[in-house]
Design a protein around this ligand. Structure first.
Ligand code: NAD
Ligand code: UD1
Length: 359
């Protein structure tokens, strides 16, 4: 692994970005985080610094602010540590909200990416790792999803990811030295095994796992299980849950690959195994000893019965595969939630090593 790169990490204070920072720093890279903290806070970056024993410089700002980006790239050049690659996590991600406020989603997710890519072009930064989603596939024509499955998202959030993928394809056609690695995440859950980092939804969670942990910690009364009559072994929805640390490590593999290879490349990041809602709840209760009261509810509009990845392309090409089990995901997710019932508003057990705001 080559050392000493300076990586711009947009959305680095978020759930997946923060776990990825830990892996990037452990691999010897320097990072610069750009985040508008619309769905996170700077305290996350103190935790990353504490875990890594490294500085985590950050800039509070928006990826749509093109002149701020120009300033950030120019300053890094002047310091003699030019940005050599960008990992782009910054986005809005709530499907229901995207249906209600499509323009906000396209502006943040698509216009934000355009702003970033235009400044990268200006500063001749040629490597881009993009946080895409399995949601770009839409209703499965066959399972598991392979990367050349049709792209047919069913909501504005999914369309915003598919649009960025298309503009990356087009950019790679036009600029033969440019590299865009698109990572299609399946269902990231769990937390850093230290218990210091985890998912911290500000409102009632939309996704299953954070809902389970909020019920288990007593902040929500009961899990609603959306549907018991799907064509799945137990009638509940099946998904490919992946430990967030495995997902984070996938970004290192993508960066390495992008160093050797130009063009557009898309990879599924999943485990290749499906788990039903009932199986996940049962595993969580067994592993943690915590109870998850639940009740049946109607199917959630727009949900599909089952979705899981064929992760073999990432295994063969990136030499990456998910290693953690569902039990690991439950144990680590519960450690974070039970130690931090109020997320990052709960004090860290030890004194943080502070990262510096970079501007
Ligand atoms: P998150 O909300 O925890 O992190 C996103 C971060 O980006 C936050 O810190 C937020 O403050 C920041 N941000 C948002 N818009 C910004 C902007 N315009 N400028 C600067 N910063 C901005 O979400 P996450 O779960 O960590 O997701 C990271 C990425 O992965 C997103 O692109 C998301 O769409 C994608 N993704 C997530 C999942 C999932 O289940 N969590 C699944 C598939 C894909
Ligand atoms: C959701 C998003 C998807 C995104 C993915 C990332 C929707 C419609 N889709 O999908 O775009 O890429 O997260 O992680 O939001 N469930 C319950 N009760 C709950 C919550 C969920 O029974 O309170 C069930 C769902 O019906 C589903 C399973 O749990 O069968 C997983 O749901 P969720 O965690 O929301 O993930 P996805 O449906 O895959």
């Amino acid at each position: 692994m080559s050392q000493g790169e300076t990586l711009l990490v947009t959305g680095g204070a978020g759930y997946i970005g923060s776990h990825t920072l830990v892996e990037l720093l452990a691999a010897g890279h320097a990072v610069l985080v750009l985040d508008n903290f619309s769905n996170s806070c700077a305290a996350v970056l103190d935790r990353v610094a504490e875990l890594s024993g490294r500085e985590v410089p950050w800039v509070e700002g928006d990826v749509r602010d093109t002149s701020l980006l120009q300033k950030v790239f120019a300053e890094q050049e002047q310091r003699g540590t030019p940005i050599t690659a960008v990992l782009h996590f910054a986005a809005l991600k709530a499907v229901g909200e995207s249906v209600a406020e499509p323009l906000r989603y396209y502006d943040n997710n698509v216009a934000g990416t355009l702003s970033l890519l235009s400044v990268m072009q200006q500063f001749k930064v040629l490597r881009f790792v993009f946080s895409s989603s399995a949601t770009v596939y839409g209703e499965p024509t066959a399972l598991p999803y392979v990367e050349d499955h049709q792209i047919a998202p069913t909501n504005p959030y999914g369309h915003s990811k598919a649009m960025v993928e298309q503009l990356l394809r087009d950019l790679c056609q036009a600029r033969e030295q440019f590299t865009a690695i698109t990572l299609r995440y399946f269902n990231p859950i769990g937390a850093h095994p230290s218990g210091l980092l985890g998912e911290d939804p500000h409102d009632v969670p939309n996704n299953l796992f954070p809902f389970i942990t909020k019920v288990a910690v007593g902040q929500l009364p009961a899990l609603q299980i959306f549907g018991n009559d799907y064509e799945t072994p137990d009638g509940t929805g099946v998904r490919d849950y992946i430990h967030v640390v495995d997902l984070a490590q996938g970004h290192l593999a993508a960066l390495d690959y992008g160093r050797k290879q130009s063009g557009f490349h898309a990879f599924n990041l999943g485990t290749g195994r499906g788990t039903s809602v009932l199986e996940l709840v049962a595993a969580f209760e067994r592993v943690t000893g915590a109870a998850v009261p639940r009740q049946w509810a109607a199917r959630r509009p727009g949900d599909i019965a089952a979705a899981w990845a064929d992760p073999s392309l990432a295994r063969e090409v990136l030499s990456w595969q998910a290693r953690h089990t569902i039990d690991d995901m439950c144990a680590d997710g519960w450690r974070w939630q039970s130690q931090h019932p109020d997320g990052y508003r709960t004090a860290s057990p030890s004194a943080p090593v502070r990262g510096d705001p970079a501007t």
